[in-house]
Structures are given as structure tokens and as C-alpha cells.
Design a protein around this ligand. Sequence first.
Ligand SMILES: *[C@@H]1O[C@H](CO)[C@@H](O)[C@H](O)[C@H]1NC(C)=O
Ligand SMILES: *[C@@H]1O[C@H](CO)[C@@H](O)[C@H](O)[C@H]1NC(C)=O
Ligand SMILES: *[C@@H]1O[C@H](CO)[C@@H](O)[C@H](O)[C@H]1NC(C)=O
Ligand SMILES: *[C@@H]1O[C@H](CO)[C@@H](O)[C@H](O)[C@H]1NC(C)=O
Ligand SMILES: *[C@@H]1O[C@H](CO)[C@@H](O)[C@H](O)[C@H]1NC(C)=O
Ligand SMILES: *[C@@H]1O[C@H](CO)[C@@H](O)[C@H](O)[C@H]1NC(C)=O
Length: 869
Amino acid sequence: METTLPFPFLISVPSTGLENIEGLTRGELSVLGCPFIEADSNLKDETWRSLRRNNADFHPHFDVSKLESKDDILNLLDRGARRVFVPVEKFSEYENEEFVARVAPVVTTPDLSVAKPQGLLITGFDPAAQDLEKFTEECKAKKVKDLFIKPVNGVDLEKFVEFAKKCSAVAILPSNRLTTDKADSSKLLLSKLIASYWKSDRADGLIPTVVCDEGGIALGMAYTSEDSIGEAIRSQAGVYQSRKRGLWVKGLTSGDTQELLGIGLDCDNDTLKFTVKQTGRFCHLPQSGCFGNLSGVSKLEKVLELRKESAPAGSYTARLFSDEKLLRAKIMEEAEELCDAKTASEIAFEAADLIYFALTRAVAAGVSLSDINRSLDEKSWKVKRRKGDAKGKWAEKEGIKTEGTSTAAPVAAPAAAPAPTQEPKNDRILMKRIDAANSAELTQALKRPSQKSSETIMKIIVPIIDEVRKGGDKAVLSYTHKFEKATSLTSPVLRAPFPKELMDIPPETIEAIDTSFENIRKFHAAQKEEKPLKVETMPGVVCSRFSRPIEAVGLYIPGGTAVLPSTALMLGVPAMVAGCKKIVFASPPRSDGRITPEIVYVAHKVGAESIVLAGGAQAVAAMAYGTESVSKVDKILGPGNQFVTAAKMFVSNDTNAGVSIDMPAGPSEVLVIADKDAEPAFVASDLLSQAEHGVDSQVILIGVDLSEEKLKAIEDEVHNQAVALPRVDIVRGSIAHSITISVKDVDEAMRISNEYAPEHLILHLNDPEAVVEKVTNAGSVFIGQWTPESVGDYSAGVNHSLPTYGYAKQYSGVNLASFVKHITSSNLTAEGLKNVGTAVMRLAAVEELEAHRRAVSIRLEHMAKKAQA
Ligand SMILES: *[C@@H]1O[C@H](CO)[C@@H](O)[C@H](O)[C@H]1NC(C)=O
Ligand SMILES: *[C@@H]1O[C@H](CO)[C@@H](O)[C@H](O)[C@H]1NC(C)=O
Ligand SMILES: *[C@@H]1O[C@H](CO)[C@@H](O)[C@H](O)[C@H]1NC(C)=O
Ligand SMILES: *[C@@H]1O[C@H](CO)[C@@H](O)[C@H](O)[C@H]1NC(C)=O
Ligand SMILES: *[C@@H]1O[C@H](CO)[C@@H](O)[C@H](O)[C@H]1NC(C)=O
Ligand SMILES: *[C@@H]1O[C@H](CO)[C@@H](O)[C@H](O)[C@H]1NC(C)=O
């Protein structure tokens, strides 16, 4: 086996909504450290990696049958997947890879003949359909190693586990059928499951437990029972079974508590290991652990941490912590001395000095030794290796020649890791070329990535929406505490007037927001209909149409790590210009409970009534139905992730909500059309400004009759500009699935573009104005070489809330019309009713709606009588 699992089971969690796992909590899963995930192309690194939390011992496994791109699979391995299971027919693609030890085949029915030395995963395993004896025999006969089995829905989980044990397979257990709640008899109790794997040779049945710190240093020893381990996992704390006093929560009286980071069983199944983060000390004597004090690097770390808190003023350490230049100079100096050291003892001496200063730098920045260890471990799991070349000025100093502008980072290769023998395959950031003449390939390349199946998403969001409808503010708050970790928040709403201290932003940002605000306001004000439309369709029959603002609108501004004042502007300003009476913003707060100050400032400028401090489906539900403190709105607009989009669809479909929405949203896109006069550097910069949005960004270049030389020049620019970008990793991801299409002429280019219906269309053409005529489907068009997409994104005046995913065929982007509705009216004179009455009465008669007919005839008769009188 490539890795030893903490226990011979994995916990399967749904790839959708890792935020909202059933059965076990994220904390419990992180202590177990062994998730099993069916990956699809929407699975985000940060979501599954966050399941690890502080547990350095993390063993994520993935079924990658649904991933089409090998690069996505490499990416998972690169980010630390311990093992991926690929469909058996694709296994051969990996046979010659260095990392093949971490790839194994998956089959859906038990077929042991395809097992590989790396293992085998059988999904949909039904123990009832298997003869245990025969199956076990066959496993032995075929020498099957590392067998993983995943049950069909609805099996008896305990029986399944027994079966797995008998045939020495790793059982894959769904999280939603496990629990740590003893009162929940509908699920399998996690502590019972774990205890079924250990065996105690003690009369009292307790299991000796080695307690280690994060660095794996043994602090001491304690005992565990089925009860105590359940409690330990549930509370993620050091809970043991005292031989005299029953359940023992470490530190409950002394205050020297433990956070439980990870657990595992030893190779004999009779000893447990707990990895903990210890506050204070473990031992009752004045030493950090029962085997004495720390030494070496670990001791140094503790000393530095103490000094950082309270170094005597004027001491050398205090100076190092406060004087960045001094520390920098010392690190450089010691690095040089280490390089110059000759004998073994000199090298140890100098390396120790360098480590001392390096660790001071780390501790000063709040980085711990376990962060450093984790970073080392992560590097050892990498499969895509970069060149370890030295960088510019250091290379120059040592007289090393470097090629071009390589920015490859040096990568440590710990002994356990495969050495970087191969040249990296993917180092050049390059878009795939496609000839428009190959229509099959073209169609395939222009397909948008599939959105996650709405059914799974619905299953996640519908209960959230229900909770919010029933529980109001309390429910919204509890989701915000849970998802945004903003536990200090006591109200889900921030009302205007917004406090000044929440809008604390630099004057230059204020100026930029004000400029954009004014341009967006002007352009949208011009879209106002000055006078109602009035038409006399027949003498005396006047029809008119006039607009009225939608009264209350809810504007969703995505939050998290990104700061998106531009989205707030693009939605808020048109709402203000339209005259909406009530503008409600919603945005997920940061963990300190606050909203990005730029967004608060925009809310203030557009006269928003309030800001809902929540994200996701809960924010959408709060605005759609209203709560004690959130105002109900009539329309919800704004971009968001798939949960927000699905929640918007759901509420707009619920007649009880009485709320409408803007257009469906998908990943952002750009299509650039360039001819031989286009400047390669400009073209590349436009492609990259889309590519840096996110790895799922869609970037397409159509080259009109370009020479090989020109194409190459654009590709060179893409690569050279990309490697210099701070978000180069994201760009690498999005460019990997981006394409360049070669066409003969502008007509062919426009045919492809109109069919694709891009969100943003950029025309790098000799006569772009003439081509605008030919645009039939696009969100927004950027005309000519002096109009980069970024101006539209921020400041030109046009909005950037645009239809993606091909919806430009049916929808417009956000504009003034999104915030108003049109009302029509008719006003007839007696003459007019006479003129049109015959037609109305005839049609009413045909439809057999007598009252309709009479409403006219009664008036006509009245007129006739009056005329006679
Ligand atoms: C980091 O790794 C080193 C070497 O294995 C070990 O001695 C040290 O205890 C670890 N420290 C932490 C905090 O992980
Ligand atoms: C430990 O448990 C595993 C899984 O149940 C089993 O395969 C293994 O043989 C056991 N080892 C020992 C030494 O009992
Ligand atoms: C361990 O360190 C503590 C605090 O630094 C010190 O008071 C104690 O004497 C040390 N104990 C031993 C056994 O070295
Ligand atoms: C809309 O409502 C209908 C009827 O309640 C339901 O069948 C349908 O699945 C809903 N669609 C969405 C997108 O929620
Ligand atoms: C917003 O975008 C749409 C689509 O490009 C466009 O029709 C509309 O006029 C734009 N409105 C404003 C003012 O941004
Ligand atoms: C309705 O029509 C009558 C007669 O033409 C006119 O006097 C009146 O102003 C109209 N009312 C409105 C609201 O247009």
C-alpha cells in the first residue's frame, strides 16, 4: 500500500455540497482524515482540502470516473490525493506514469480479474449477492491487494463491514449513515464501528492510547474505551477512559486542554494514537510531556513563540521580531555561511543558525513548525514537477545561465518523493489549436462544462430554504455561523444608515468607486423612458405603456475571499436610477462578521435600505420570503455560485414567494476575434484577464486568416504575460481547456461566435464597427483595440452582469429594464367603444363568454338610448 490508512475504512461524502455533509460534521471527518469523494469537474480544491483542517494525516481518496480531463486528475494527485480510482479501461493511460502507485482501477461489478497491484475499487457492492467464502477464496487465489468496496444503497452497514473484514477489504461507508449521536438509532454509531476494528488484551477491554503532539512527539499515554473515543471525536478534544474515574476530559480541571487533530490504529490493531494540539503541558510534572521536555527544532519553536509574546524590550529576539531588515540580512548572511561551510560540524552549526533565523521569520508571521511540515509533505505528494532552477539574480550571481523568463520555483524533494526526473509536460501555458474546418472537434471544444446535476443541489438547498422560511432570523444566523464562521454575529441584517467605521476605505478607492458610480449612473439614466408610449389605434381608442420601478429588489453580491464592489455598483446603480423604493443587498460576511467595506460604501451611495449578512441559499431565501428583520423583495438579481443560482430558480418557481429573478448564471466567458492587424500583446492580455477569474473560466480566440507567425506571436505573449501574473496557477488551469480556432474569414468567425453566444465579445479587427452589425448573440461587445474587457467590468458605464452559458441568445445583461416593469393602459371615448365594440362582441360570442360581450353591449345600448332621448 502506498499509505497506511488510520483505520481500514473510508468515509464517502458527496462531492456536491461538501459544505453541508450529512451524518458526520466536518470536524469529525477531519479527525478521521479519510474521505472518499466522487470527483466531478466542479469539485474545487479548496472545498475538499478544507476537510483536512488541522489533521496533517489526511488520506483523501477519489473516484474520478466522472472526470474527463487527465489534467484534472493530475491536479487532484498534485494537491495530495492519496489514491485515485480510474475506470478500468482508462487505466493503461497511467501505466507508465511515475505516480502509477497512486492510481487504481474502479469497476461497478465485482470482477477480480481486473485487479492491479495498486488495488481495485468495486462500487455498488452487494454482500447479499456474494458468497463470502468463495469471494474470499478468489481474492486469495488472484492475490488481490488493496481491495476497496463500496456498498449498494440500503445494505445493512454492520453486515457489510463484517464482510469487508473477512475479505480484508477497505470498506467505504457513506457519511450520512454514520453518527456520533448515541440517541440516533437509525445510523451506525461511529465509536461502535471503530471499536469493532480493535482488539484489547486487557480484562477491562480498554485500548492503550499513545498521545502525540502535532510533530509526532509522544507526550504520554492514556486509555480509550468505545465511549471515550465517541466523545473524543464528537467534541474533537482529548477525552479518555480513566481506569479509576470513568470518562476523563483532559484539562477540564487544569485548563491544559487538548484539541484532537487525528486518530489512528496501529498495525496490530491493539494500540491507538491520538494526535493533539496541547495547551499548556500534558504531564502533571513541570515538563511538556511525560517523557520530558521538547528538544531541538520543536523546543526552539516554543521558545520563539514565547518570546514573540513577551520578549524583553531591547533583547536581541525582540529586535529581530521588530526589525525586518535586520532579520532579512541575517537570513542572507547565514545562508551564505552555510554554503561556505566545509566540515560536517561546521555545516551542522551553520544550518542550525539558518534554521534559527528562518524559524524566527516564520513565527513572526504566525507560521508554525507544523505549517512548515505540512508544506513539506504537500510537496512530496506533487506529481507535476517544475524545474528546480535557481532564480534570476541568484543564478546570475553564481554565474548560472537561465533560459528566458523561467519563474519555476525550486521544489524540495524529500527522500520519500520521486525525484524530478522528467521534464514537466505542461510548463508552457498554451491554448489548444483547432481548425474550424474540423466541425466535430469544433463542436466538442465549444461545449460548455456541464453544470452539476440540479437534483443533488436541490437536495441540499431545499432544506435550507425551508429552515429559513420556518425559523426566520434565527435560522439565517445559524447558517451564517456555520458556513461563514461568523460566530460573533447577532443579527442577520445591517440597516442604513451604515456606520462610518464599516466604510473605512482608502481615498483612492473612494475616488475610483465614485467615478464608476457616476458613469454607470449616466448611462443608465439615459435608458429612462421620458414619456409613456401612446398610440391611437382607432379613432377614440388610445393605448399607452408606462414604466414603474419594481418596488423592492434584492441584490446578491458574492463574498468570501473576493472583494466585489464592482458587482455592487453594477446592480445597485441601475436599481437606484430606476427608482426602486427598497434596495436590499445580501453578501456573506467575513468570519469577523463584517462585510467588505467597499460594498458597504456602495450600499450607502445607492441608498440601500439594508444589507443581509448572509450568503448562499439562506440569503436568497431570506430575501424571497422575508424574516423578522430581512425585508421581503419582489425580484432578486446578481451572480452567485451554483447554490445561489439553484436557490434563485427554486424561489422564483414558488408562487408563495412571489419573487422573480434575473438570468441563470454560469462560469464567465470571453471570445476574442483577432485578424492580422491585431496586436498580439493586447489580444493575449484580454484572454488572460478572463482566464484569471477562475479555473472554470471559458476563453476562446478566433483567429481570422492568421499566419503561423502571428499565431505563434500571440501564444508567446500568452505564455510570457501569464507566468508574470500573481494568479498564474488559476490561469494555468483555465488556459488548459481554452482554445484557439483558425478560420478563413470574418463571416465564419461571426457564425461561430453567434452560435456560441459569448458573455463578452472582443473585436480586435481592422474594421470592427462594420462587424458589430453581424453580432446577433453576445452579452456585451468590446469594439476595437483600445477597448479591453476590463473597462466594461469596472468603469466605462456598461453593466457587467451579463448572460453566460449561451443564454445571450435569449437574455440581456442587467440594464435599467431589469429594475422596472411596464404597465399598459387603454382609455376609450364613447366613439372609440363604438368603433371597436363590434369586434369585441363577436370574439366574446365565439369564446362563449357572455358577460364579456355584455360589458360592451350594455354600454352601446346605453349610448343608443341616450341618443334617442
Ligand atoms: C516537523 O517535522 C520534524 C521532522 O519530522 C519533527 O521533528 C517535528 O516534531 C515536526 N514538528 C511539527 C510541529 O510538526
Ligand atoms: C488488523 O485489522 C485488519 C482489518 O480488520 C486486519 O486485516 C489485520 O489482519 C489485523 N491485524 C492484526 C495483526 O490483527
Ligand atoms: C522543562 O522545561 C520547564 C520550562 O521550561 C522547566 O521549568 C523544567 O525544569 C524542565 N524540566 C526538565 C525535566 O528539564
Ligand atoms: C417548479 O415547481 C414545480 C411544481 O411545484 C416542480 O415540479 C418543479 O420541479 C419546480 N422546478 C424547479 C426548478 O424548482
Ligand atoms: C447591460 O448589458 C446589456 C447587454 O449587453 C445591454 O443590453 C444593456 O444596454 C446594458 N446596460 C447597461 C446600462 O449596462
Ligand atoms: C382619456 O381620454 C380622454 C378623452 O380623450 C382624455 O380627456 C383623458 O385625458 C384621457 N386620460 C388619460 C389618463 O389618458
